[in-house]
Design a protein around this ligand. Structure first.
Ligand code: HEC
Length: 149
C-alpha cells in the first residue's frame, strides 16, 4: 500500500510546478516578433495616447505610469518597467498574439483577425489596433524603464 504522505507530497510538487509555469508566463515570455508590422516605425508619444485612451482597454487590466491611477486595473501585470523586462520583439508579440505565450491568457489579441471566437460582425476581419498603432504602442512601452514607485 502506498503511503498517503508520498502521494500528498507528489501532488504538492506538481501544484508548485504549475504555479511556477504560470508565473513564467506572467514574467513575460511573450512570443517574440522581431519584425515591425508592415516595416513601420513607432512613435512613443502617439503610442502613449494609444495605450492610455480608454477605448484601447489596456488600463482596464494594467496599472502603470498613466493618468488616473484609481481607474487602473490589476488583472495583468503593472506596466511600470515593462520596457526593461521585454524588448521590442517581446512587446510586439504580446500585443499581437498574447495567447502564443500563454494559451489561457485573458489579454485580447490586438492585431490578430483569425482564429478568434465570438467576434462581433462589425469587427470581423478588422484588428482592434492598426499596424501603426501597435508599432507606436511598442515604441512607447519600450520607454517604460522605471519600476513602480
Ligand atoms: C483583459 C485584460 C487585459 C487587457 C485589456 C490588456 N492586457 Fe496586457 N496583459 C494581461 C495579462 C493577464 C497579462 C499577463 C500575461 C498574459 O496572460 O498574457 C498581460 C501582459 C501584458 C504585457 C507583458 C507584461 C510583462 O510584464 O511581461 C504587456 C506589455 C501588456 N500586457 C500590454 C498591454 C497593452 C498595451 C494593452 C492595451 C493595448 C493590454 N495589455 C491590454 C491582461 C490584459
Amino acid at each position: 500500500m502506498r503511503k498517503p504522505g508520498i502521494i500528498r507530497s507528489r501532488s504538492m510538487r506538481s501544484a508548485r510546478m504549475g504555479k511556477r509555469l504560470a508565473s513564467l508566463a506572467l514574467l513575460g515570455l511573450a512570443a517574440a516578433m522581431p519584425a515591425p508590422l508592415d516595416g513601420l516605425g513607432g512613435d512613443p508619444a502617439r503610442g502613449r495616447a494609444v495605450v492610455t485612451r480608454q477605448s484601447s482597454t489596456c488600463t482596464l487590466c494594467h496599472a502603470g505610469p498613466f493618468p488616473n491611477p484609481h481607474l487602473q486595473g490589476n488583472i495583468g501585470p503593472d506596466l511600470h518597467g515593462v520596457g526593461a523586462r521585454l524588448d521590442a520583439a517581446g512587446l510586439r508579440g504580446q500585443l499581437v498574439d498574447p495567447a502564443a505565450a500563454n494559451p489561457g491568457t485573458v489579454m485580447p489579441s490586438f492585431y490578430r483577425t483569425e482564429g478568434l471566437r465570438r467576434v462581433g460582425p462589425a469587427w470581423q476581419g478588422r484588428p482592434i489596433l492598426t499596424a501603426q498603432e501597435i508599432e507606436d504602442a511598442v515604441a512607447y512601452l519600450a520607454t517604460l524603464r522605471d519600476p513602480a514607485p
